[in-house]
Design a binder for this molecule. Structure first.
Ligand code: FAD
Ligand code: DLZ
Ligand code: SF4
Length: 523
């Protein structure tokens, strides 16, 4: 949207908390000699969900460091702090206030990562408050328009097909028109269970500097009631530190990234994962840049192809794909609820107070680190929420709040689509539903659990076991024709009546207990 305006008058360049990239389109467009950059810490952004304390500290500290970099680079930066007395508490009113203060007739901004904010900025323009120019966020490889063109006319929008396009477009791991190694996807080699005695490299940890310490004090004071443990706080908050963290990953963890991608261990929070989504999502790392470094590691013989391809697929495949879905589906996507699930999110998602050792471990890790890896999110907490029939909107708001990397464009399709299947299969070809068997195979949680994973029904039985079958039985009308679920439905049909009855009874009882006062087995 461009209202033109006097090209000699200074413009306001608004940079949001997840736009901390020196090459972002709004800054490329700006003129150092006359434009003013606005960065604002505002209470509305810190509270639209009860963000984890570490997430707030991470974003505010990274914003302050970025503002300092910009000033050193010669930009005029108007930086509004959360506790500034004149702070109006919202981005749109801060933009209006700054435009007035600096006599700017227009504002330039790179498109935000959420419908909520986009609508808010569009309304600034529509109410004729300010000429507003919203630029594409070209830190992504595929624009929303290009994704819509790709999706147009397709019956199924499978990630794998999209990913191949992205490989061709970027040339990553390509040998002319062909994928390096003769295959596009080496995922079949990437599902190894953890082995005992394995050792894992820890992510690089930074000590907080004076800027971060100030932010930590602010967060402790203003957000004491938010979820999460604030310290120790070790995230990188500058580009250099994020690059160093990524270098550590490439050197120490990347070669095994593929093999053990799906593994979970009680005492190993990170395994061989990169822990870089938070840096990518606020702009401290560039996605294409890190993929090229991974490709180099493969060509240099430092890392096997299954690891390099697996990593690159996550970044140029899944990450771009979910963003495409987010913008294609529109704001109503958040209301999808194909199963009509309506149960409130159990309290133990906040407290960790449950006897299910796997759920407890994932929630406690989330509380302490604002991080859990993909399988913990998908196959433990997400799986439980779906099997238990929790309202997908509540699940979505939980994921948006508790992870340092959570921004709606990436979190919502992962939660609502991939993890809860609430969109009826737009994103996933079948629900990611699993019994305790899967968790037991991929982790060491079950050996320390009060429940017995081998027991299918009864007071000692693992709740995932009977909830899994109950979920399939409850939703046969929606899932019964799914070709990928034929086998489990055949198994269910072969159970005798007594077994089916016991499963459904146990499930009913547990779900009732979830709804009632916290006296139940799983509470
Ligand atoms: P690694 O496992 O090391 O992977 C490398 C990179 O690939 C990640 O940093 C990330 O940028 C990208 N990636 C991997 N999987 C995905 C994916 N499914 N979607 C998008 N990018 C991916 N990711 C977020 O960035 N923000 C979220 O809010 C978020 N919410 C999620 C909610 C649920 C219910 C699920 C199942 C997944 C969610 N993910 C989200 C995807 C994924 O879990 C995280 O990107 C990953 O765990 C981040 O840790 P990492 O950097 O160690 O990733
Ligand atoms: C997430 C977040 C938080 C906690 N605080 C701020 C803030 O104070 N100022 C700001 O500009 N951005 C913040 N953000 C990030 C925005 O919410 C983000 O731009 C949107 O989530 C869109 O992706
Ligand atoms: Fe989780 Fe069931 Fe294993 Fe307990 S037995 S850790 S509830 S999968």
């Amino acid at each position: 949207m461009n209202c033109g305006g006097d090209t000699l008058q200074s413009r306001l360049i608004a940079v949001l908390g997840d736009q901390l990239s020196p090459h972002i389109s709004s800054l490329r467009f700006a003129d150092k000699s006359r434009d003013v950059i606005l960065m604002a810490e505002v209470s509305r952004e810190t509270k639209y969900v009860p963000h984890h304390k570490k997430k707030i500290a991470f974003i505010l500290s990274a914003m302050r460091h970025f503002a300092r970099e910009l000033r050193v680079d010669g930009w005029q930066v108007d930086y509004v702090r959360l506790d500034d007395t004149e702070n109006t508490g919202a981005l749109s009113s801060e933009i209006e206030r700054a435009a007035q203060k600096h006599s700017c007739a227009s504002v330039v901004i790179t498109e935000p990562g959420e419908w909520r904010l986009l609508n808010c900025l569009t309304s600034l323009h529509e109410r004729a408050v300010l000429d507003t120019e919203i630029l594409d966020d070209d830190r992504f490889i595929c624009s929303p328009n290009a994704f819509a063109a790709w999706a147009d006319g397709r019956k199924q929008m499978r990630m794998e097909h999209f990913y191949r396009e992205m490989r061709r477009k970027t040339g990553l791991l390509m040998d002319g028109n062909k994928p390096v190694g003769g295959k596009w996807n080496f995922d079949a080699e990437n599902r190894k269970p953890p082995k005992s005695g394995m050792s894992f490299p820890a992510p690089l940890r930074r000590n907080p500097d004076a800027i971060t310490r100030d932010v930590l004090a602010l967060v402790e004071e203003r957000f004491a009631d938010h979820f999460g443990t604030l310290e120790p706080f070790w995230f990188a908050v500058t580009r250099d530190a994020a690059e160093a963290a990524f270098d550590r990953f490439v050197d120490a963890a990347l070669p095994s990234f593929g093999d053990y991608q799906d593994a979970m261990l009680r005492d190993e929070k990170y395994l061989y994962h990169a822990v870089v989504s938070l840096y990518l999502n606020i702009g401290l790392l560039d996605p294409l840049d890190i993929c090229r470094r991974v490709e180099r590691a493969y060509h240099d013989g430092h890392t096997p192809l299954n690891a390099a391809e697996g990593f690159i697929r996550q970044v140029i495949g899944w990450r771009e794909y979910v963003r495409g879905i987010y913008w294609l589906q529109g704001p109503e996507y958040a209301d999808r609820n194909v199963f009509g699930h309506s149960r409130p999110l159990p309290d133990f998602f906040w407290t960790g107070s449950t006897e299910m050792a796997c759920v407890r471990a994932c929630v406690e890790q989330t509380r302490d680190e604002a991080y859990a890896h993909h399988i913990q999110r998908l196959m433990v907490t997400g799986n439980f929420a779906m099997l238990a029939g929790v309202n997908p909107r509540e699940v979505h708001e939980w994921y948006l709040a508790v992870y340092a990397d959570a921004f709606e464009w990436v979190e919502l399709p992962n939660t609502l689509g991939m993890s809860q299947f609430a969109d009826g299969g737009l994103l996933a070809s079948k629900p990611y539903a699993a019994s305790g068997n899967y968790i037991n195979r991929m982790s060491d949680f079950c050996s320390g659990c009060r429940y017995t994973v081998r027991e299918k029904t009864g007071p000692e039985a693992c709740p995932f076991n009977y909830l899994y079958w109950d979920f399939l039985a409850r939703h046969r009308d929606k899932l019964g024709n799914n070709s990928r679920l034929m086998q489990p439905y055949r198994i269910w049909d072969n159970f005798d009546d007594a077994r089916r009855g016991a499963i459904r009874n146990d499930a009913r009882q547990l779900l009732r207990e979830l709804d009632g006062p916290a006296t139940g087995r799983a509470a």
